[in-house]
Write a protein that binds this ligand. Structure first.
Ligand code: ADP
Ligand code: MG
Length: 695
């Protein structure tokens, strides 16, 4: 969800306008010429023959050989698009957008016409589209309405080695579709040699290896002398810049925040050392980076200067950046992990695998001999990363499978099965939400929930709003939660002003809460007729707001589709909170004496997130929260106060009276406890009054 933000301006139109703007002829011509120099070029005809002969083909090729951009074009040239679209999945949204934009250029068409992309909440395709890049999650959703993928002639599951949750589920589903559609062609494309496993899974499918160009890479190991590895990274950048021949530098970092920190530090150091900014050109690339800035990473550095690319995992295999000769790899990435026991998901910075380390090093040897500076000992790494399916929350996937009519999910044809506890936890939650019945069959509520491309708790909140006659407010809240983290703007030098501005949305103490605040932000913005100036004055990010409006429009359309009337109950905050609880009742927490919270149904201590408007305010006794994030502590992000009796009213199958009673033990013990408490109280009082007396 988080990575949906920051992409507001890059609607298809903006994107195409940009392409039209920049003397498209030369760019397109150049792009077309470059096609012939890609390693895959010489294998075009052989590849096409193999695809014609084999229904399923596993293709392995070095990153940058041209798999993603070229294969769909070859297929189009060979006439496959006459029978249907060519779909190519990507695990990352940015990759889908970036590659589609490149291919549109090479083909010489406007993005969104013959070549387009589809990512969640953003469809940049048209009736004309024949080459369609999309996230794996989007193809999974398309299967819900088009179970046999009739509009496609070829499906390419690209970046298969990434083994994202959606890709893993797609493997099984497209394998089935292929059986009933002999004309469909299936290509599994991967950057690493895990290919054998893919081949076995697809009934010994043929493997085709595209020999890549790969120059030797020298691996240099660096101790990590600084407390902060960023410091080592920055020193290494300058060491390369001062002592190594020309060639760009690629640094692998874990996320936006770290990249921004590195950028600031690098710039500071450049000033100290008197390095001209024309000498080092810093290019960040991560999924929230606005598209207009993403293009910069592909532009060659001017003569005499060196490009330093600060990238997340996205540059490991998804995007190829030309001209890299040096890689700096601290050896970390962010991976999401899910604890089925507590139901908590977290993004943790973790060591990469050996396979990733090899891929990262390889990025330096594409155009000539390279050097990779490793800040870790490769001996300590696991051989491969655990597939996401074995460490993810499966609720959404299970609901999708159920909706596809797959009854026996436990015995589904998983390439690597998830832990049974995680599956059972997913069933439990879906049952509690009313999406599945006691037999594990999908219910009417479940069918409606599936329509929304969001997590089951959020979709249940939307579906649940019908009962409380506040669907209008609830889709606004849902849309705002989808961009949640980046609504409020808090510049470093104006934090106090920003915080004050934010507190205006929290004034009504009786209904205090982050959900309600988000609703107020949206409605106030709407009242100003979506004014950017208003956003600016109130420290609100206008890009996020526009994005929320787009998402809201889509949710509205889906609400219509499933026949939920748009009803508004703007001043009945109780109704709005009850609708939130209809989806999020498992996320309830109760205040403890020491000011922290405790989850009502789990023995887990949680805290109000520092970014919440409730942080530091007089505490509410009971909260419903959107999600838990683990950073230094287990924080509730987006929390709103509620009444405990609503838990029983809304989820009587989940909560019993004893859950919401003050957590006092049974009667007999209770009275003695009360006695002792009052004793303590009296003591205190006496002490206080004594003090007063002496004063
Ligand atoms: P593979 O999928 O085998 O890793 P790709 O097809 O992604 O290879 O890349 C082939 C070539 O296309 C690379 O040389 C890469 O630099 C170039 N390329 C891909 N996307 C873009 C883009 N958005 N802008 C410029 N060049 C790109
Ligand atoms: Mg690729």
């Amino acid at each position: 969800f988080d990575d949906l933000t920051g992409l507001v301006e890059e609607s298809c139109e903006a994107e195409t306008a940009k392409h039209r703007g920049c003397s498209s002829k030369t760019v397109a011509e150049k792009a077309r010429e470059e096609r012939e120099f890609l390693p895959i070029h010489g294998y075009r005809d052989e590849l096409l023959k193999l695809i014609a002969k084999n229904q399923v083909l596993v293709i392995v090729g070095e990153t940058g050989s041209g798999k993603t951009t070229q294969i769909p074009q070859y297929l189009q040239e060979a006439g496959y698009t006459k029978r249907g679209k060519i779909g190519c999945t990507q695990p990352r949204r940015v990759a889908a957008m970036s590659v589609a934009s490149r291919v549109a250029q090479e083909v010489g068409v406007k993005l969104g016409h013959e070549v387009g992309y589809s990512i969640r909440f953003e469809d940049c395709t048209s009736d004309k589209t024949v080459i369609k890049y999309m996230t794996d999650g989007m193809l999974l959703r398309e299967l819900l309405t088009e179970p046999k993928l009739d509009s496609y002639s070829v499906i390419i599951i690209d970046e298969a080695h990434e083994r994202t949750l959606s890709t893993d589920i797609l493997f099984a589903l497209v394998k089935d579709v292929a059986k009933v559609r002999p004309d469909l062609r299936l290509i599994i494309s991967s950057a690493t040699l895990e290919a054998k496993k893919f081949s076995e899974y697809f009934d010994s499918a043929r493997i085709y290896l595209i020999p890549g160009r790969r120059y030797p890479v020298e691996k240099l190991y660096r101790r990590w002398p600084d407390a902060d590895y960023l410091e080592t990274v920055i020193r290494t950048v300058f060491q390369i810049h001062q002592t190594e021949p020309t060639g760009d530098v690629l640094v692998f970092l874990t996320g936006q925040e770290e990249i921004e920190r590195a950028e600031t530090n690098l710039k500071g150091r450049m000033m100290d050392l008197g390095t001209k900014s024309s000498e080092i050109i810093i290019c960040p690339i991560y999924s929230n980076l606005p598209t207009e800035l993403q293009a910069k990473v592909f532009e060659p550095a001017p003569k005499g200067s060196r490009k330093v690319v600060l990238a997340t995992n996205i540059a490991e295999t998804s995007l190829t950046i030309e001209g890299i000769r040096y890689v700096i790899d601290p050896g970390y990435c962010k991976i999401n992990s899910y604890n089925p026991r507590t139901g908590m998901e977290s993004l943790l910075v973790s060591p990469i695998s050996k396979a990733s380390a090899e891929q990262r090093a390889g990025r330096s040897g594409r155009t000539g001999p390279g050097k990779c500076f490793r800040l870790y000992d490769v001996k300590n790494l696991e051989p491969t990363t655990i597939p996401e399916i074995q460490r993810a929350n499966l609720a959404s996937v299970v609901l999708t499978l159920k909706s596809l009519g797959i009854h026996d999910v436990l015995n589904f044809d998983f390439m690597d099965p998830p832990p049974e506890t995680a599956l059972l936890k997913a069933f439990e939650l879906l049952y509690a939400l009313g999406a599945l019945d006691g037999k594990g069959e999908i219910t009417k509520v479940g069918e409606r929930m599936v329509e929304f491309p969001v997590d089951p708790m959020l979709s249940k909140m939307i579906v649940g709003s019908e009962k409380y006659k506040c669907s209008k407010e609830i889709i606004t809240i849902a849309a705002m939660l989808s961009v949640g983290n980046s609504v409020f703007y808090r510049p470093k030098n104006q934090q106090l002003l920003a915080d004050n501005a934010r507190m205006n949305f929290y004034v009504d103490t009786e209904n205090v809460g982050d959900h309600i605040a988000l609703l107020r932000v949206y409605n106030s913005w709407k009242e100003t007729n979506y004014s950017t100036q208003w956003c600016y004055e109130n420290f609100i990010q206008s890009k996020s707001m526009k994005r929320a409006r787009d998402i809201r429009d889509q949710l509205l359309g889906l609400l219509n589709k499933i026949g939920i009337e748009l009803t508004s109950n703007p001043n009945d905050f109780d109704a709005i909170k009850k609708a939130i609880l209809a989806g999020f009742f498992p996320h309830s927490a109760k205040l403890q004496k020491n000011g922290s919270y405790r989850r009502v149904k789990e023995p887990q201590t949680v805290y109000v997130h520092p970014n919440s408007g409730l942080f530091g305010a007089s505490p509410s006794k009971w909260l419903v929260y959107h999600e838990l994030v683990l950073t230094t502590k287990e924080y509730m992000r987006h929390a709103t106060e509620m009444k405990p009796e609503w838990l029983i009213e809304i989820a009587p199958h989940y909560y019993k009276l004893k859950d919401i009673e003050d957590s006092r033990p049974k009667k007999s013990q209770r009275s003695s406890e009360r006695a002792s408490t009052s004793k303590v109280d009296t003591n205190k009082k006496t002490r206080t009054s004594k003090k007063v007396d002496t004063n």
